[in-house]
Design a binder for this molecule. Structure first.
Ligand SMILES: NC(=O)c1ccc[n+]([C@@H]2O[C@H](COP(=O)([O-])OP(=O)(O)OC[C@H]3O[C@@H](n4cnc5c(N)ncnc54)[C@H](O)[C@@H]3O)[C@@H](O)[C@H]2O)c1
Length: 250
């Protein structure tokens, strides 16, 4: 099936790598025009790979004014915003809670939570001008179960789920759906071992406690985001969908 985002305009953060890169390529293949936003510079390569349907935006999501400019980029380049994926994130240092610092908290929450708030704030204003849209936030399985050493990150991602649910209620009647995906262990740049391999090599250590006993792939996360972003999910809002090989089931 193709064309599930025909004539839609999407902004995707973290589009330079991993899940965001897969979202950008899949959404464009499904007919969307895409703003590929990232801080890394790699979003330019992704946009070039996609071709005319994509443009790159350089943005540091820790700075709200740059998030406003990112949304403006979609409005100016393509005249509207239909789909917003607040996907970019970072893991931060893994350590017991009492060892975490205020700087770690601010860095992790700045990108993983505060930027999602500002992305939605500016994105919703744009969507309201054209009659609606769909937002897909990237939370984490860490928002649903405890992750040792990840308390600060997990708190930010749990915040993303609550922002998602509350915004879903705020804008349900305005035609804006707001959902989240909760990735489990996914083979992306966030995973140290993935740096030299596009897919997990046969001897890659499988993350523990994953019933499917394998890594998730960015394309599998992108497919879930596409479903939620598209009109196929027209009666779905406020959900936090685990995409994790069954990890949060037990
Ligand atoms: N990979 C996993 O196992 C996993 C698990 C749970 C949740 N997630 C979430 O999935 C999302 C995507 O991560 P990924 O796994 O594709 O990792 P990734 O590292 O491959 O991609 C993250 C992207 O976010 C960008 N980014 C980071 N800080 C930024 C900033 N300040 N401004 C703009 N862009 C910034 C990075 O440059 C990078 O391109 C994140 O929100 C992450 O927390 C990933």
């Amino acid at each position: 099936m193709t064309g599930r985002l025909e004539s839609k305009v999407a902004v995707i953060t973290g589009a330079g790598s991993g899940i965001g890169r897969s979202m950008a390529k899949l959404f464009a293949a499904e007919g969307a025009r895409v703003v590929c936003a990232d801080i890394s510079g790699r979003q330019h390569d992704v946009a070039a790979e996609i071709g005319d349907a994509a443009i790159a935006a350089q943005v540091d999501l820790a700075i709200p004014a740059q998030i406003a400019s990112m949304i403006d980029t979609a409005d100016k380049a393509f005249g509207r915003l239909d789909v917003l994926c607040n996907n970019a994130g970072l893991g931060g240092p893994i350590m017991p809670l009492a060892e975490q610092t205020e700087d770690n908290w601010d860095m992790i929450h700045g990108v993983n939570l505060k930027a999602v708030f500002f992305g939605m704030k500016y994105g919703i204003h744009s969507m309201l001008r054209t009659g609606g849209g769909s937002i897909v936030n990237t939370a984490s399985a860490a928002a649903l179960v405890g992750w040792k050493g990840h308390g600060v990150y997990a708190a930010a991602k749990a915040g993303v789920i609550q922002l998602t649910k509350c915004a879903a209620l705020d804008y349900a009647e305005a035609g804006i759906r707001v959902n989240a995906i909760c990735p489990g262990n996914t083979w992306t740049g966030l995973v140290k071992a993935s740096k030299d391999h596009a897919v997990p090599p046969p001897d890659a250590r499988t993350p523990p406690s994953v019933p499917m006993n394998r890594w998730g792939l960015p394309t599998e996360l992108a497919a879930a985001a596409l479903f939620l972003a598209s009109d196929e999910a027209s009666f779905i809002t406020g959900v936090a969908l685990p995409v994790d090989g069954g990890y949060v089931v037990p």
